[in-house]
Design a protein around this ligand. Structure first.
Ligand code: ARG
Length: 590
C-alpha cells in the first residue's frame, strides 16, 4: 500500500535526509485543524535541537526542498516551526478514488501469511453466556481485518470439551440413570440418538456443578469420571459425543446470529491423542518433571517480577489440564499450518495461563522461535451500574437472551425513529436483527479490547451518537440517495473534480476518505478494531456535515453534482467495507 499519508511522509523524510537531518523526524500526519491545513509535519523542532539550529530556519530548508514537488498546493511555516501542508485537490481525489477499487487501496501487507485466531472457547454442556461475547466480537473483527490486509487468517473455536465440567455431567447422569447402557461395564455399542437434549443439559450442568461445590466426595466422583472419559472409557466417550453434538448445535446458532464464523471447529479433545507422545518427548528433554505426584513444566525465570507457577501437564489423578490441551493444540497448529502468528482473544484474567503456555511452547520448541504468540486479553463488560453485567435477578445472562433483548430494543428504537412502518414483518425483523448486532458490536469495538466498557442497551441502540445504528442509518441513507440518482439517470464518473475551488465540507470529507488504508491497517498493527470504529464514525460525521451543507441532487452544475455523487459512492464503499471488517452487515433499506 502507498497511501497519501505514506507518500507525504516519504517526501518529507527525503527532504530531512537531504538536509542531513534525522529522516525519522519527517513523519507527516493529518492536521487536527483542517481549516488551517490538511497535513502537518512537526519534526523541525526536534531536528533543530539535534543540529543546534533555529527551528524556523530548518523548517524553511525543508519547505524549499518540498516546494519543488508538484503535488503540493501550499506549504507554510507556522509558530516555532510547524510545517503546514496542503496538497492539490486532484491528488486528494486520486487517492480517494482508491476506495472504489476492490481492496480500497489497503494493499497486501499480509502476503498470504497464515495467522490463526483462537477466539471462541464456549464450553460444551454449559449454556453460552455474555462472557463469550467479547471474544467473538473482537476476534471476528481482527480476523477480518487481517484477511482484508492480505493475510490468510483463520479462526478456531477451540471448544472447551475436555475439562471437569464433562465429568460433572457424566457422573450426574450416572447417579440419575445408573441403568443406562453407557454406564454398564463391558458394553461397547450404544444407542444412536442422544438420551439428553439441550434443555436437559441446561438443567443438569448447574445441578451437577452445585453438588460438586457442596460435597468433596461428589467432586471426586466428577474428577474420576473426567479421567475415565479422557482415558477412553467407551460408555463415557459415547455419552460425551452426544453432549458435544447437542451443544454444538446451540453454539452454532448463537454464533450465526452474531455473524461470527469459524473455519476450524476443533476442541480441547481434538488434540487428546497428541498429548501422550508430546509429554513423552518433554520428559526425554527433561522439560517435564514430577512434582508432588503431578507432572509439570517449570516456566518461571529468574528475572520474573511476579511468580509464574509451573504448567501442570498431568494432575495427580492422571487427568490432563487446560494448559495441556492448549500446549498440544499449538503442536497441532504447527503440524498442520505452520502459522506465522497465533493470536488468542480471551478474557484478560487468563493472562497468566497464556504466559505459562507460551513459555512452555517456546522452551520446548513446540512453537518455533520465529512464530509469534499473542494474547489479547479483553476487559469486562459492565452493566450501567459499573459492575460486571448481570441479569436483573443477579445471574449471568445467557447469550441467547441478550441477543433477544437487544432485538426487541432495536425494534422499539426503530419504531421511535419511524423506520418500522415501511416494511413487512419479515423485513422489519431482518433490519432489527442487523441493527441490534451492529449496536452490540459497535459498542464493544469502539473501545480498546483491554479496557472495560459499559453495556448500555438503550444508548447503544440509539440512532444518534457514536453507535452502530447511527452508522447503518447513514450508510443506508447514502444508498437510497445513490439509487435515486441512478434512477434519475445521473451518472457519477472518475473525472468529476470541479474546476472551481472546493467547499470546506467537500475537502474535509475528501481528506478523510484518503485515510482509509492506514486506519484499517491500524487494526492489524495495534490489534484493536477501535481505530477503524473511530474512523468510520468520523466518516459518518463528515458525510453528515457535507450532506447538510452541500446540495447533491439539486445541484445545478453537472460536474459538481457528479463530484458530490462520487463522494457519496466513496463514503458508501468505505462504510460497507469498514463495517464488514467490524463484522457488521448493512441492511439494504431502512
Ligand atoms: N473455554 C475457555 C473458557 O471458557 C476459553 C478458551 C480460550 N482459548 C484457549 N485456547 N484456551 O474459559
Amino acid at each position: 500500500m502507498t497511501s497519501l499519508l505514506q507518500l507525504l511522509t516519504e517526501k518529507t523524510q527525503n527532504a530531512f535526509e537531504a538536509n542531513d537531518l534525522d529522516s525519522n523526524l519527517g513523519t507527516v500526519r493529518v492536521s487536527d485543524r483542517p481549516d488551517l491545513a490538511q497535513f502537518q509535519c512537526n519534526g523541525a523542532m526536534a531536528a533543530a535541537k539535534q543540529a543546534g539550529k533555529n527551528p524556523r530556519a530548518i523548517a524553511a530548508d525543508i519547505v524549499s526542498k518540498l516546494e519543488k514537488n508538484e503535488i503540493f498546493e501550499k506549504l507554510e511555516i507556522a509558530g516555532p516551526g510547524f510545517i503546514n501542508i496542503n496538497v492539490k485537490p486532484e491528488i486528494l481525489y486520486k487517492y480517494a478514488l482508491k476506495s472504489l477499487e476492490v481492496n480500497l487501496g489497503v494493499g497486501n501487507i499480509g502476503k498470504g501469511a497464515k495467522v490463526i485466531f483462537d477466539y471462541g472457547g464456549p464450553n460444551v454442556a454449559k449454556a453460552m453466556h455474555v462472557g463469550h461475547l467479547r471474544s467473538a466480537i473482537i476476534g471476528e473483527s481482527l480476523k477480518r481485518a487481517y484477511n482484508f490486509a492480505g493475510y490468510d487468517a483463520i479462526g478456531d473455536i477451540h471448544l472447551g470439551d475436555w475439562g471437569t465440567q464433562m465429568g460433572m455431567v457424566i457422573s450426574e447422569l450416572e447417579i440419575r440413570h445408573p441403568d443406562w447402557p453407557y454406564f454398564r461395564e463391558n458394553q461397547t455399542d450404544f444407542p444412536k440418538d442422544s438420551p439428553i437434549t439441550l434443555q436437559d443439559l441446561e438443567e443438569i450442568y448447574p445441578a451437577a456443578s452445585a453438588a460438586c461445590k457442596q460435597n468433596e466426595d461428589r467432586l471426586e466422583q466428577a474428577r474420576q469420571a473426567t479421567v475415565e472419559l479422557q482415558n477412553g472409557r467407551p460408555g463415557y466417550r459415547a455419552l460425551w459425543q452426544h453432549m458435544v453434538d447437542v451443544s454444538i448445535e446451540a453454539i452454532k446458532a448463537n454464533y450465526e446470529k452474531l455473524n461470527v464464523h469459524f473455519e476450524l471447529w476443533n476442541g480441547e479433545a481434538s488434540v487428546h491423542d497428541l498429548i501422550s507422545p508430546m509429554v513423552k518427548k518433554l520428559k526425554e528433554d527433561n522439560l517435564a518433571v514430577a512434582s508432588d505426584g503431578a507432572l509439570v513444566m517449570h516456566v518461571a525465570r529468574d528475572d520474573d517480577s511476579k511468580e509464574i507457577p509451573p504448567l501442570i501437564l498431568y494432575k495427580k489423578d492422571g487427568a490432563v489440564m487446560y494448559g495441556t490441551t492448549d500446549l498440544a493444540t499449538l503442536l497441532e497448529r504447527e503440524k498442520y499450518f505452520q502459522p506465522e502468528k497465533v493470536t488468542y482473544v480471551v478474557d484478560k484474567r487468563q493472562n497468566l495461563h497464556f504466559e505459562q503456555v507460551f513459555r512452555a511452547a517456546k522452551a520446548s520448541n513446540i512453537t518455533p522461535g520465529k512464530t509469534d504468540l499473542t494474547f489479547i486479553g479483553y476487559g469486562t463488560m459492565n452493566g450501567t451500574d459499573g459492575k460486571p453485567f448481570k441479569t436483573r435477578e443477579g445471574g449471568v445472562m445467557k447469550l441467547e437472551d441478550l441477543i433477544k433483548t437487544s432485538h426487541e430494543k432495536a425494534l422499539q428504537k426503530m419504531s421511535e425513529a419511524n423506520i418500522t412502518g415501511k416494511f413487512d414483518e419479515k423485513q422489519t425483523n431482518d433490519i432489527a436483527h442487523k441493527v441490534s448486532i451492529a449496536a452490540i458490536k459497535f459498542a464493544d469495538l469502539q473501545n480498546h479490547p483491554n479496557s472495560d466498557y459499559i453495556f448500555d442497551l438503550d444508548r447503544m441502540t440509539s440512532f444518534e451518537g457514536k453507535t452502530g445504528p447511527y452508522l447503518l442509518y447513514q450508510t443506508v441513507r447514502i444508498n437510497s440517495l445513490l439509487e435515486k440518482a441512478d434512477s434519475d439517470g445521473i451518472q457519477s464518473h472518475n473525472n468529476a473534480l470541479p474546476n472551481e475551488a472546493l467547499e470546506l465540507q467537500e475537502i474535509e470529507l475528501l481528506l478523510h476518505i484518503t485515510q482509509f488504508p492506514e486506519n484499517s491497517l491500524g487494526v492489524v498493527k495495534s490489534n484493536s478494531p477501535h481505530i477503524l470504529a473511530d474512523y468510520l464514525y468520523k466518516l459518518a460525521q463528515n458525510f453528515s456535515s457535507f450532506y447538510s451543507n452541500c446540495h447533491i441532487m439539486s445541484e445545478k452544475n453537472t460536474q459538481r453534482r457528479q463530484f458530490r455523487l462520487m463522494l457519496c459512492q466513496m463514503t458508501r464503499a468505505q462504510m460497507i467495507a469498514g463495517l464488514g471488517i467490524l463484522g457488521i452487515d448493512v441492511p439494504e433499506k431502512m
